[in-house]
Design a binder for this molecule. Structure first.
Ligand code: 5AD
Ligand code: SF4
Length: 465
């Protein structure tokens, strides 16, 4: 007989994350809720007892990748005589639900983004092979309440979820359907998580939400104040000892209020980077997308943000080939890009998502037109990205060290403008790179490419925590 006092055999969980930073964050939280059940994270499906695919439904390609991965996992499961639990989480789970199990019967569990706190219970149920294997209801409030308030930090940078869901209903987008209505966490909960991260050595926090600047969370208890805005939250989080850098993502132009803009100039911890997706530069298309603003209104926001913080890096997302997009509409997008001059931007071909209004619109564009426009736009965005990176050559910039670089003796870090930075440590340097992770150091930028800067260490500004 086994001794009941013997520690339980550790099990392995492999979580594969697709899509946005919200999913990266959710995967971390799933690891946290599974840890007390004896599940330790492993590096691949081969070592795992439980595989979770945390999926993305935003474009069709992302969804198809999930089904092909599930086909592979089915083979692994068969080879092991069924000894592998397969769970599908995230937005494909939310959107397609039972359909996933019909298409791939090897799947044991399907759970939407609002149900992660139920994962341990569902695994227990699945292992007893009884009960419901499907959990995709919207219960966001309960979700925030049920998750542990503290978490294990992994390095000097961390995401902190402050807001979930979206009420904007852009006509191309599945997020309001997969992630549900907009909901903000109370300031006190966020502060507690922020303090716990800082105590574990986190120096840079990215406040995370689908529509993060729509934040309106309950003010700290005892203040009797109305809900706080993101600007107020940023100023509050900046006061947590140890937090040197704050970012937030992703924002909507409609929610870019003056106080948040002012915070970019006034809060030293606020990093000079703003991801403000515009999607299109044409007023006709912006209207058909239900974005709620014009191209000139967007230009005006960017002007105000640059007034507050002249060196700010502006980032965006674009969609080309939205239904009805004419050559002139596309040219308006190109003109907006020339006017704004982006540090970095992500661009996509429009992908019709079932259930969204744009999927039913007239004027769906041929693939060749989308391809040609995407190439043209990406060419311009690449030129701007390289030019932005090269503008830092010769400057000395503060770099948060996050780990080892590509080559031995090289460290890797992050500039205030979210650029990856590689630099050599001097050979006589007594400290190793591991000692320096979490420090902010001055690096003189020597060279720049599309995706990174390289430079040399000027001096260590602060000791590692
Ligand atoms: N087709 C193409 N791109 C899309 N995005 C969202 N939905 C679609 C779609 N149906 C893009 C938008 C958004 C980013 C996360 O993904 O640019 O900002
Ligand atoms: Fe989707 Fe629009 Fe909401 Fe962004 S703001 S998540 S694009 S509906």
């Amino acid at each position: 007989m086994t001794d009941p006092r013997e520690p339980k055999q550790a099990k392995g969980v492999f979580i594969k994350t697709y899509g946005c930073q919200m999913n990266v964050y959710d995967s971390e939280r799933m690891r946290d809720v599974l840890r007390p059940l004896g599940y330790a994270p492993v590096e691949s499906a081969d070592e795992a007892d439980l595989v979770v695919l945390n999926t993305c439904h935003i474009r069709e390609k992302a969804t198809e990748k999930v089904y092909s991965e599930l086909g592979q996992l089915k083979l692994t499961k068969q080879a092991r005589g069924g000894n592998l639990t397969i769970a599908v989480a995230g937005c494909v789970a939310q959107a397609e639900g039972a359909e996933i199990m019909r298409r791939q019967p090897a799947v044991d569990l399907v759970l939407g983004p609002q149900s992660y706190h139920k994962l341990p219970e569902m695994i227990a149920r699945a292992s007893r092979a009884v009960g419901d294997r499907l959990e995709t209801e919207f219960e966001t409030l309960e979700k925030f309440d049920a998750l542990p308030k503290t978490r294990e930090a992994d390095g000097p940078t961390a995401f902190l979820s402050v807001q979930e869901g979206c009420d904007k209903f852009c006509t191309f987008c599945v997020v309001p359907y997969t992630r549900g209505a907009e909901l903000s966490r109370p300031v006190d909960d966020i502060t507690m998580e922020g303090r716990s991260l800082a105590a574990q050595g986190v120096r840079e926090i990215t406040l995370l939400g689908q529509n993060v600047n729509a934040y309106h969370g309950a003010a700290p208890a005892l203040t009797n104040e109305a809900d706080w805005t993101l600007g107020q939250l940023v100023r509050h989080i900046a006061k947590i000892g140890g937090i040197e850098r704050i970012r937030y993502t992703t924002s909507h132009p409609r929610d870019m209020d003056d106080d948040l803009i002012a915070a970019h100039g006034e809060v030293p911890e606020m990093m000079p980077f703003l991801h403000l997706p515009v999607q299109s530069g044409s007023d006709n298309i912006l209207k058909a997308m239900n974005r709620g603003h014009t191209a000139d209104e967007y230009r005006e926001i960017i002007r105000k943000v640059r007034d507050a913080r002249p060196d700010i890096a502006i980032a965006s997302d674009f969609i080309v080939g939205f239904p009805g997009e004419s050559d002139a509409d596309f040219e308006a997008t190109m003109q907006l890009v020339r006017d704004v001059d982006y540090a970095i931007a992500y661009s996509f071909k429009y992908s019709a998502r079932p259930g969204t209004p744009a999927a039913e619109m007239f004027g769906q564009m041929p693939e060749e037109v989308k391809d040609a426009r995407l190439q043209q736009l990406q060419q311009l965005l690449r030129e701007q990205q390289i030019a932005f990176n090269r503008s830092k050559i010769g400057q000395t910039v503060p770099v948060l060290i996050t780990g080892k670089g590509r080559n031995p003796g090289q460290a890797h870090g992050r500039s205030p403008w979210l650029q990856a930075v590689h630099f050599e440590l001097p050979h006589d340097q007594a400290m190793t790179i591991a000692d320096l992770v979490g420090s902010i150091v001055d690096v003189r930028v020597i060279d720049a490419s599309l995706n990174s800067l390289s430079g040399e260490l000027v001096k260590v500004r602060e000791a590692a925590l």
